[in-house]
Design a binder for this molecule. Structure first.
Ligand code: SAM
Length: 251
């Protein structure tokens, strides 16, 4: 899997690719990375990459020409998927990360200022993605969020077991976790986790997943039920947790 990031500030993305698990994945050759500095493709002596928008309005827009030259400079052999990061894009999800994790090359365009000229999107972009319903000042943090969610799903980056019970897997959020010490500030680790009884631990964790999802992201439970994502045990658990919540409200 290759990530190509088009940015005006490659030092931001370079730092991420040089650290931690990502650096190891690069070293092992599982992941490849290149940054393309859009400013290198501005031809005037000031290396201009932005201008005022037609029709007026605040702020500046990234110019089409340097971006177009930067995109054309990438030798992708036609197998790349070009993503533009923008708050007006489709919401990026774990499901989309899983789909994108099988791509050969992902090209990410990081916006700045008020964004980029629409003609670049119309000509080169396969997908516009937003990482959430808020506006960042630039696309680098958004591109790195997308890269981070995708690359850890690529084979051999992390152990597959780490992915099976985490948030969003199977349509639920993750259960609470504890490590040493057993008692911290008078709070004790839940007894069941110390019991060594694997089945009881599994049931407790599944119940906690349902409780947390119902409390924080009830729409995930609704969608999971609609799409038949849950096994019979989880469906029963959802009904039970809902009933318990209703009863507690009534008390
Ligand atoms: N004028 C744009 C709008 O209202 O939709 C906002 C531009 S924002 C200040 C500058 C850049 O940050 C965008 O071009 C994009 O690359 C990035 N950005 C900001 N918020 C984002 C988000 N939620 N998801 C993805 N990219 C985002």
């Amino acid at each position: 899997m290759k990530f190509t990031v088009l940015t005006l500030f490659p030092e931001i993305t370079n730092a991420y690719f040089a650290s931690s698990i990502m650096a190891k994945a690069l070293e092992k050759g599982i992941i490849q990375y290149r940054a393309v500095n859009i400013r290198d493709f501005a031809l005037d002596k000031h290396k201009t990459c932005d201008d005022a928008p037609y029709g007026g309005g605040p702020g500046m827009l990234m110019l089409a020409e340097p971006l177009s030259r930067a995109l054309k400079s990438i030798d992708t052999a036609g197998s790349s998927h070009v993503i533009c990061l923008t708050p007006s894009g489709r919401l990026f999800t774990q499901k989309r990360a899983q789909e994108l994790a099988v791509m050969e090359e992902i090209v990410l365009i990081c916006g700045r200022y008020e964004g980029i000229d629409q003609r670049i999107i119309d000509t080169y972009v396969d997908e516009e993605l937003s990482i959430g319903d808020y506006v960042l000042s630039s696309g680098e943090a958004a591109a790195l969020a997308v890269v981070d969610a995708i690359y850890r799903l690529v084979d051999w980056v992390i152990t597959p077991e780490s992915l099976t019970e985490e948030s969003f897997s199977g349509g639920l959020l993750e259960y609470p976790q504890y490590t040493r010490p057993e008692i911290f500030d008078t709070m004790k680790v839940p007894e069941v986790l110390l019991s060594g009884h694997h089945e009881n631990i599994r049931c407790w964790r599944q119940k906690k997943r349902v409780e947390k999802t119902l409390a924080f992201r009830p729409e995930l439970l609704e969608r999971g039920l609609r799409e038949g994502l849950f096994d019979a045990e989880t469906v029963k658990l959802i009904e039970k947790v809902r009933e318990d919540n209703e009863r507690d409200k009534g008390d």
